[in-house]
Each structure stands twice: as structure tokens, then as C-alpha cells.
Write a protein of this length. Sequence first.
Length: 324
Amino acid sequence: MDTLSFARSKSTYRVVLLCREIENAKLNIEDLETFVVVADAGGVSPAARRLGVSKSIVSRRLFRLEAALGVQLLARTTRGAALTESGVAFREHAAKVSAEIEIARDTIMPTGDLRGRLRIAMPLSLGPTHFAPVLAKMAQRYPQIQLHACYSDRFVDLISEGFDCAIRVGYLENSNLLAKRIGPVYLKLVASPSYIETHGAPETPKELMAHQALMQGAESWKFMDCDRVVTVQPQGRFKSDNGIALTAAATAGLGIACLPDSLICEYLRSGALITVMTGYPPPPAAAYVVRPPGQHPVRKIQVLTEMLIEHLEQNPCLRGRAEN
């Protein structure tokens, strides 16, 4: 017996044992998984949205689980649901069982097959145009998979909001998340001709401090001075968490923006925006798939990651260009 067949045989045996134990306890696997989602989401309504089912179905699964256990797991309130003492203790065991089932399912699935739910958070600025086609292709290739995507430029807490993974673009902050780089992202400092005509163009990072910066928040901007990275804290009165909105502000002449080349390439071609401070280019950023450590379903995330890497390699225009 080869290694793969042995692993599948072992996982099949583990699934059978787990399912038998759950059946003997008169529990339902789907009810266990639903309870974990409700506990993490903080209520029936947000759990229903995460699971993509109605609130009545979630409530029915919870009632069935509590009836089988003979204890109350959640205390319902007007603001949601809070775990009881029994619920807190049971949640950890339910999560471990659900994870074991998910791992075993992935292992014994036929080669090239995927099933189940995958919740993904991705940026609104680039997600619909750059990454959504990959999700569509994945759904076509694997008809048994359920893909739930959320598009937002805000920072999403994957664990508390119940996402399996996220696509993030830029400079990755240090965190406990596991990250896989899927491709480079090139940034440019740009402004409209009208802004440059009125305020002039900065030549150095120090001169940039005298200009209006269009920013996402209170972030730092990084620039390359030969082999040295220079960091500045720009100032500005226009801020937005959305790259498309910052692009619109830049074309309107409100200031200078640091944006992905793939987001502004058409504006550069038309002359609506021009690059500034080209002697100090921003260091290359990247796009990443990030996920919580130990989070499942790992195999689905691996497949998505591989498809994203292939997509960006075949469409270099989506990454932008390294040249200024």
C-alpha cells in the first residue's frame, strides 16, 4: 500500500470512529459545526450569514444539539447569544471534533475533488476585478464547493469574523497569521497635472511632507533611496479606506496618492494622472493569502492559493509594472 493510500485508509478509519462516537452520543455533526459558528459569531443572525442558511435552520440545529446533550449551551439575549458555562466548556471539544472531521474529509476526498464551504475576505479595490475571476473558475471546477466572498478594504479579523482566509495587498504586517505570497504588487506615487501645476512636484521624500497626501489612514509611506528604505509620515485632509476613492481624489487634483500600478494604469495612459518623485520609488509590495494558524479547511485554501498564483502569472498586467 502506498503512502497516500495508507493515509486515506487511516483517515477513513478515524472518520468512522469519530462518526460512531458522535452517533452513540446522539449528536449530529452538522449541529456541532453550527454551534461552533454561533459561539464564534456571537449570535444566531451573524452565524446564519456566515453559514449561508436561514436563522430558523440555525436555531433548529442548536435546539436539537441542546436536547441531545440535555444542557443549555447558549443564553439568548436581545443582543445575540452568550455561551453558558457548559457552552464554554463544550465549544472547545466541538471545535476539535469539527476540525478532525474536516481534516479527514479532505484527506479521503478523491484526488482533484473539493467540497464544503470556504469563506474568503478580499479587498474591494482590487478584489472584483483581479481576484473574483479565480473564484468563478474555482466554482466551475469544483461543483461541490460553496464559496462565500466578502469584499471590503477594511482590516478584517479573520478569527472573530469567521473567515477561513483573506487576500491582502500591500506590505504585510507582523501577525500570528500564516501567509503565502501570490504575486508582486508595484506601487506608484501619482498626482493630477492640475495639482502639479498649482503646487509643484516633490523631488524628495522630505519635500513630500509639504504636500497634501491622499491616504487610507495614518499609515507610513516607504520609498527606496538606492538600497536604503526611507519612511515618511505624510499629512493630508482626504482619507479613504478604498483605493478607487483615492484614485478619484487624485484625478480631481486633491493631492498625491500612493497606489497600485494596476489600479491607475488607465489614468496614466490617458494623462489624467502622472507619476511624481520617480527617483524614490516605493519598494515592491505583494499580494498574499493569509489564514489563521491551524485553521481548516487547509486543502481548499491551498487550491485557491495555487489558482491565484497561476492567474497572476498568466496576467502580469494585473500586478502592474516595475518600471517608472
